[in-house]
Design a protein around this ligand. Sequence first.
Ligand SMILES: C[S@@+](CC[C@H](N)C(=O)[O-])C[C@H]1O[C@@H](n2cnc3c(N)ncnc32)[C@H](O)[C@@H]1O
Length: 303
Amino acid sequence: MAPAAVLYGAPAPGLVEVPKGARQVSPLIVGSEDLAALPDASLDEAVILAPPGTLERDFVLAQALRALKPGGAITAFAPKDKGGARLRKALEGFGCTVSEDARKHHRFCRAQRPEAPTGLAQAIAAGAPRIVSALGLWSQPGVFSWDRVDPGSARLLALIPKLAGKGADLGCGVGVLAAKVLASPAVTAFTCVDIDRRAVACAQHNLDDPRVRVVWADARVRDDDIASLDFVVMNPPFHDGGSEDRALGVAFIQNAAQALHRGGTCWIVANRHLPYEAALTAAFATVEVRADAGGYKIFEARK
Ligand SMILES: C[S@@+](CC[C@H](N)C(=O)[O-])C[C@H]1O[C@@H](n2cnc3c(N)ncnc32)[C@H](O)[C@@H]1O
């Protein structure tokens, strides 16, 4: 029988050996399994492209060690400048004996799950979903701006008018914008889309409202169920896998325009260095800058 193995993340081809049949457990890959839901001591092997944030990384490593059988193999790796240099210490903190090597700007740490790892429960608790008082919402380390309102979103929140009808938030996160939009009783239906399973799970908790549908999906992919909308609100992402990807925001703009009916509006906030004007002008009939301050621009685009 093939070993029970998991892969967390999407390493570049050839970077690391991935066991045949390994199940994907990254929350950023739609359709993946949830590492936190796997039974204790059920895996033979875990290959982890470790995320950079400390709480998120330790949570993932602890969950992997929890789910591994004693003696099961863990390979954790990351770019040197994105947490790779701290992996060894993190694994040693869980009682692992680590062998480390470096290749292609990455650090690779290999260990076997000890009989009795230490500190797993603490790391799992520190990285778990919880209500964050600064947001008044459920959130989890690792999701976008997990413990504070993003300054761009805060600016958009201050400007969004009372909206009405059917709408969507593309890249909804834990639902910071949605919570404001839903305060308007004239909103009849609201779809929230995010690619991060953790954000989607939090948004489901946070937006317990019969008008809301939360969808775990890639908002770049057209969804025929998100159509004929009256409005879209969004703070589109511009990072993919840690590096800036302006095409991501452009794809969001194009899909927002397609999802609206003629005359529908899109409220969008973007860092002012991002060149979204051309994409907005191409996709919408009118584009107005509603605010330009503090490094952010807020656009109201009408189809
Ligand atoms: C800038 S954040 C905004 C989050 C939230 N709307 C807010 O204002 O706090 C962008 C969000 O887009 C999500 N995201 C990134 N790429 C995505 C994609 N291809 N499809 C859907 N969501 C995506 C991220 O997980 C993140 O939650």
